[in-house]
Design a protein around this ligand. Structure first.
Ligand code: FES
Length: 222
């Protein structure tokens, strides 16, 4: 799926791209959405940002850089970018205004309930889905696209909950688990398993094993 296709309307909703706890203040981390590599970063004061992971100067990954206050600095030649993506300083020519074309592509990004949500659409529909009171249990990376996973997720006892990327466990006698689907690209999806603090360790394990067994995939990370 091409990046332009996504921006053109296929995926104008919100998608989980990371857990808030993994993007600490002053940190920049890499993520992926619909085949677009993202640099997620959080200024020392302000909200998390989702940018194309490419410096406009020489295309170096911005995730190799670092956060300085409210700006992101490219590691290679030290160009600095403000929260609107525009270059604010070129160290080799400090007396000159940065070139207007030196602007990082930025994406819509929101945080809700401990999840970072992003959209490649210029004007995403609505608001990010809400998943209050949950924390990450573990995550899986599967070699299938979001659409191809739906039947399997249903078979594992989950039902779609308002958004095609949010699935809640049905018919439980205790706390229900929730799955968030992050489309890494057309053929790969990251499943985030979220559970309430009150869920017992044995039940967490049982849910995770049920998902793992169904898709017969390796755990990517816990
Ligand atoms: S490649 Fe980023 S500043 Fe040169």
């Amino acid at each position: 799926m091409s990046h332009e296709h996504v921006r053109g309307g296929f995926a104008d909703g919100w998608f989980p791209v990371e857990l808030s706890q993994h993007v600490a203040e002053g940190q920049v981390v890499q993520s992926m959405l619909h085949g677009q590599e993202l640099a997620l970063w959080r200024p020392l004061a302000g909200s998390v940002q989702a940018w194309e992971n490419r410096c406009p100067h020489r295309s170096v990954r911005l995730t190799l850089g670092f956060v300085a206050g409210d700006q992101l600095v490219c590691r290679y030649h030290g160009w600095r970018y403000g929260s609107d993506g525009r270059c604010t300083r070129v160290p080799s020519t400090p007396a000159l205004a940065p070139p207007p074309a030196a602007c990082v592509r930025t994406y819509q990004c929101r945080e809700a309930d401990g999840v970072v949500w992003a959209s490649l659409a210029l004007a995403p529909r609505g608001y990010p889905p809400r998943v209050p009171g949950l924390a990450s249990c573990r995550s899986f990376t599967l070699d299938r696209g979001v659409e191809a996973l739906a039947a399997g997720i249903e078979a594992a006892g989950f039902e779609c909950s308002g958004s095609p990327v949010v699935w809640r466990e049905r018919e439980t006698h205790g706390e229900a688990a929730t799955l968030l689907l992050q489309p890494l690209n057309a053929d790969t999806t990251c499943l985030w398993l979220l559970v309430a603090d009150a869920m017992s360790a044995p039940r967490r394990l049982a849910v995770a094993h049920r998902i793992k067994a169904l898709f017969n995939e390796e755990l990517s990370h816990a």
